[in-house]
Design a protein. Structure first.
Length: 152
């Protein structure tokens, strides 16, 4: 899909705050409310806008311990890959899971309350998944940049 400058601006505004009204967006974009509404509907229909979510402050919900876990499977068979992906997708502490290239097979972003909760996650959840050969974990010291906005 081709985007004009107005589409790009609209997407930037929506990524900053999707609760803005069409009237607020129309004022910023110098368009009619109907034109803004139609552009948003088109972006939704084309799948450019996938969904709308609320971003929760992890400190306010007492889940500010973030870890990244590298996972290496025992074997790279289709069966092991499918089974691992299906099982890891059900674990609430795993926010993101990527199948990656390099020395490890997967990279997980994990969020829990503290180190004790991370240990419990590792012992009772992650290592219970069959076919994991090894793991390597790193813990976030400070968050330098975190965004969900994609420049178009």
């Amino acid at each position: 899909m081709k985007f004009d400058s107005t589409d790009r601006q609209l997407l930037a505004y929506l990524q900053q705050d999707c609760k803005q009204t069409n009237k607020e967006l129309s004022n910023k974009l110098n368009l009619s409310i109907t034109a803004v509404y139609e552009r948003i509907k088109k972006l939704e229909k084309e799948g450019v806008i996938d969904k709308y979510v609320a971003l929760v402050n992890k400190e306010k919900i007492d889940k500010s311990f973030v870890a990244f876990c590298h996972i290496k499977l025992i074997q790279h068979t289709q069966e092991y890959v499918i089974k691992f992906e299906r099982e890891v997708a059900t674990i609430n502490e795993v926010l993101e899971c990527y199948h990656i290239s390099g020395d490890y097979d997967y990279l997980l972003k994990v969020i829990v309350k503290d180190m004790a909760a991370f240990r419990e996650f590792m012992v009772n959840k992650l290592t219970n998944i069959n076919h994991i050969g090894s793991t390597h974990s790193m813990f976030v010291i400070s968050e330098v940049k975190q965004t969900t906005a994609i420049t178009i």
